[in-house]
Design a protein around this ligand. Sequence first.
Ligand code: ZN
Length: 263
Amino acid sequence: MKKLLLVFAAFLMLTSFRIDMRGPWVRTEKANIVLFTRPVDFSATASPDSMVIANILLEQENIIVYINRYLRTDYNSKFEIYLYNFDEAKEKIGTNGGGSCDSKRKWIFFTYYRQPVFNTYRNEYEYLGVHETVHLIAGTELGYSKTRFFGEGYSNAIDGNYGAIWVGDTLVRYRNDSTLQKLKKLGKLSTPGELLHRSEMPPDLYYPQIGCLMKWLFDEYGVENMNRLYTAKEKQIEKKFFEVTGESFADMERKYLAHLHYN
Ligand SMILES: [Zn+2]
């Protein structure tokens, strides 16, 4: 099995990178999604054809339903996706390993990969996937997240994956729960407190761990309760956690570490 770790370096617009949105673009609209793609032969790597465009629109329509169901939200407004060809993406959006989201303006920027990646949670092939669309929907419906703990926590919990590996001829998303087991063996697991207060660790360490923790928090304390904490400031999260759940952050932390120990 040939293994290749594709880093989906999805980062928020907090970074100072200036996105180059200049055309030409091919604009295709369906329901709430306006998709901008490059014309045929725009650059040396492929632009999406009409079949791929239709698939991407359908994928994102389904993903909106998936996220709304998960977060118990009712997102129903237009957003724009700008899909850059692989060979221009790094220069124009700062990465060719995924993309980013500006939830205030309702823009998603992403890299076009010719081969969609298989997500074993959704049992679907994905071009853009779930991560950036969670930033967009959570940002619109719940407000602006001030921490990576909740901002990246939500995207990684609902996506359930970070990165991808080749399995034969198929690229398969790499599951966060598998990464967690690896980190456990290496003795590199972080506590919830560390994930809250030391969130600037590299994405390959942070994203799988915060994704697993947030998923557990959803299951243990309810998505609606976590939604009430989504916009809290780092310094207030521990106090507000107690107000919302009736349990102290320290007690939650003990429970979670015990859960990691036995799983
Ligand atoms: Zn993100």
